[in-house]
Write a protein that binds this ligand. Sequence first.
Ligand SMILES: NC(=O)c1ccc[n+]([C@@H]2O[C@H](COP(=O)([O-])OP(=O)(O)OC[C@H]3O[C@@H](n4cnc5c(N)ncnc54)[C@H](O)[C@@H]3O)[C@@H](O)[C@H]2O)c1
Length: 677
Amino acid sequence: MLINVVFLLLFKIKVMEFTLDNNLPEYPTFVEGIRRAPDRGYTLTPGQTKIALKNALRYIPKELHEKLAPEFMEELSTRGRIYGYRFRPQGDLKAKPIDEYKGKCIEGRAFQVMIDNNLCFDIALYPYELVTYGETGQVCQNWMQYRLIKKYLQELTQDQTLVLESGHPLGLFKSRPDAPRVIITNAMMVGMFDNQEDWHTAMQLGVANYGQMTAGGWMYIGPQGIVHGTFNTLLNAGRLKLGIPQDGDLRGHLFVSSGLGGMSGAQSKAAEISGAAGIIAEVDMSRIETRHRQGWVNHITEDKTEAFKIARDAMARREPCSIAYHGNIVDLLEYAVDKNEKIELLSDQTSCHAVYDGGYCPVQLSFAERTRMLHEDPRKFRELVDESLHRHFAAIKGLVAAGTYFFDYGNSFMKAVFDAGVTEIACDGDVKNGFIWPSYVEDIMGPQLFDYGYGPFRWVCLSGKHEDLVKTDHAAMDCIDVNRRGQDLDNYNWIRDAEKNNLVVGTQARILYQDAIGRLKIALRFNEMVRNKEVGPIMLGRDHHDVSGTDSPFRETANIKDGSNIMADMAVQCFAGNCARGMSLVSLHNGGGVGIGKAINGGFGMVCDGSKRVDDILRSAMTWDVMSGVARRSWARNEHALETAEEFNKTNGDMYHITIPYVADDELVNRVVKSKE
Ligand SMILES: NC(=O)c1ccc[n+]([C@@H]2O[C@H](COP(=O)([O-])OP(=O)(O)OC[C@H]3O[C@@H](n4cnc5c(N)ncnc54)[C@H](O)[C@@H]3O)[C@@H](O)[C@H]2O)c1
């Protein structure tokens, strides 16, 4: 007991070193050309402002309060947040190989790699504001938290768990080696306050963080993370709507969308990999240049006629091609309607989950004007966004009437259009009944992938060595049985070509859609490779946009039709089960890709250190992580999930059993209901 007290005191003094440090870092210089987040809007009352300042000053030694209080006040009033810029380390935070980080356990060092990767200039959307992607998705709220988190990760041992609440490191707590090393929650608001306005206040107060999905869960791996999902979606959309055979691709077909940002930047690359001609509208030239430099988009034009001409020429030659149209998507679509340009596949990936926070640029404004108006006149900005969404809707409606297949790609676009006043976009005018156009999960991702358990498994080679990535690609390829299902063949082709497609931005990472069987097989193989010293340590994880981790009626669970799409039990159970089984990092967030109050999403990170302990955790946790979602989808009577769950019961009956529903006969139910009408 006495030893514990002494330890705690010593430890406290150590942790307090940061806060007691009187050597105030220099105010940083901001590197020219690095994108900055727009002003998020300061709306606090004087009373709330005092709380916000006191909250931020909690991280700061008292003798520095006099100096920092005005600085924080200035940040809050001009940027709508206290980021604590002064505490950001200078320069680019590029992730280093794991061995170069300090730490008392491998997980503590591994998570520092992940955090820095989420915040480096190549990856982060607004590196200075800790935004990784999705306009508002932050690693944590401010740079004081960043410093403190890093310090804790350096001290973390295998007998402790670091707890983070909305970016704030609550502290280290004693646990055990097979418990999570880090547990993260972000913006988990109490129901009654679970709305955009209260969240905006809470962010300004410094008590909420918008973690998006893998930003606040530290598992973002750059736009590659979504390329595979977009590739799967496009290919399957082609199969479903354009009659592309299972072994064919999208050569000769046109895909149009918008956004070349954090995740949306994947669209041009995925279009090319799937063989299509893709035109992607983007209002911000700097994002186009980033993707062009990476080789993820071939052509840039400001001319709509030219954009369609380049695409049509490539289609005629049956060559893949990607074009960035520098301009507003609404302009491009209105042009297509006017000129009768036929678009086969159409989507949108502007940040509509944060539509009034700068995520969607209204067609009436240039990108620079949008940034200015957000700061100067947010009310007017809102009006313009609504007007633009009305025009956007009208253009899509015209194109759909001419034969276009439009699908919502998980950015809350249709909900934003509805909120802007276009009630006809909801079935019978009520969003609870869904929308008149499908979400990609309803038509494609849900039935073809999630219901079988296929989802965005990923890994990061923590050594930073490219050769490790190549070895893991090959090992993963060996684990796939191409004769099992069409999806396995698609996944095999993806990983076979991954190196050639030059997908890595940031750390040496890979995404590969896999089901429960595939994920476990690959995970165990990787841990064995680490054990045999064939490769350095590996971080396993996944996007939150997956089979089990996310309850989101407008996205991941859009194809759940038993009424439970408004429940978040699955995501919470998935999180709890992963904690109980000892994944290295477990996270649960509000919002994600669709916005506050519209989704609960969670994910994990698992460090393969080659140990038997990790093998044991993988065996139970990887299976749980996928099959808990398949079980729920099967209970919702989703056909492919039912098949998968039944098969799972047969092959794993010694240890597992999923409850299988009796599926009522439609004819019987219709007859009984009709008799009561
Ligand atoms: N379907 C999925 O799997 C999936 C995955 C991740 C993210 N998302 C969602 O997709 C959206 C985009 O994510 P992101 O990370 O790319 O965000 P982002 O903010 O980095 O990128 C969006 C881009 O759209 C551009 N833009 C905004 N309005 C425009 C307009 N009217 N015309 C043309 N360009 C415009 C912006 O300049 C920006 O570059 C988010 O809502 C996100 O939640 C979906």
